[in-house]
Design a protein around this ligand. Sequence first.
Ligand SMILES: NC(=O)c1ccc[n+]([C@@H]2O[C@H](COP(=O)([O-])OP(=O)(O)OC[C@H]3O[C@@H](n4cnc5c(N)ncnc54)[C@H](OP(=O)(O)O)[C@@H]3O)[C@@H](O)[C@H]2O)c1
Length: 333
Amino acid sequence: PKKRLLSRDTEGLQLCLACRNMQRAQAARSALLASHPTARVALLQMDTSSVASVVAAAQEVKLRYNRLDYLYLNAGIMPNPQFDVRAFFKGLFSSRVVTMLETGEGILTQKDCVTADGLQEAFMTNLFGHFLLIRELEPILCHAGWTSQLIWTSSGNAHRLAFDTEDIQHRRGNQPYSSSKYASDLLSLVLNTRYNKQGLYSSVTCPGFVITGLTYGILPCFPAFIWTLLMPLLCLIRMLTNTFTLTPYNGAEALFWLFKQKPESLDPQAKYHSLTSWLSNNYTQPRKMDVDLETSEVLFEKLLQLETEVRRKMKGKQKESQLARHSSTAGSR
Ligand SMILES: NC(=O)c1ccc[n+]([C@@H]2O[C@H](COP(=O)([O-])OP(=O)(O)OC[C@H]3O[C@@H](n4cnc5c(N)ncnc54)[C@H](OP(=O)(O)O)[C@@H]3O)[C@@H](O)[C@H]2O)c1
């Protein structure tokens, strides 16, 4: 949504792009400055799949800014996706065709892996990295007298059945993406109950079906030009479902729409969908999420426990490396 934010009359707007790959970040910054030469766009290195990287990035943010008005939690991966072609064609001729096209239900599974911190990668990248970031940034997100907004990019693929409070990292199943996105819906709900009094609000969005790096990964046998050739057909599917937003510009509609709303007026139980009509008009529509406060409280407590664990481990590692440095300097004396 960066480009769309800058296209508004937003005098005084300062953007900070937190990215894992600084070369791509620099390219994104240059592209923004080419169209908006006076824009204030800063960069920050952050990898949401690494505990140390998230904590270091948050420290840097706190040094640079004393207040954050919006935090877009958009980083996401779908690790090693497997597309079930048979289920897809079967679904095409069934009564659940629209649901399948809208949510990917029944046709998508993934093979997850474990990060250097010993956490499931999809869980860490899509959810827990963001959770740690929010916790670290609390002092500049929560301030008496003004509001701040967390804006999550969730997915229509977030399903309750893929999520288990006994396995929040989804170590055992084959839908880690769906599980992590459902967990972000739950987390947003509980963040509102815990933080609204301190001026911090959280909302969830779904960009719809967008042709991006993530989509290319689902069908790697489809070169990019095939997607371009298929565009007219994909646009026709909008007659069946307006979730085929297709371009990042359209997909960012809800992210941009939320920027303009008073956070107090938003529904914590709603997911805000970017939609594109068959006449190519973009709009945002709230739809009730399949979430309940009880489950979201359980998730929140488990995330807090995990946070304590990873912080303890991080401190242990820091101590070890300090000791190693100390003994190597003592040895060289
Ligand atoms: N495309 C869709 O149809 C669709 C549908 C529903 C939801 N979504 C959600 O939309 C969001 C954006 O995805 P996209 O479709 O735009 O896919 P994308 O092109 O693959 O973009 C994903 C973005 O997340 C960043 N990212 C991934 N892992 C990261 C990490 N460990 N640390 C920091 N950044 C990381 C990527 O950075 P790099 O540039 O370094 O790779 C990239 O900028 C995701 O949360 C995705 O789940 C997409």
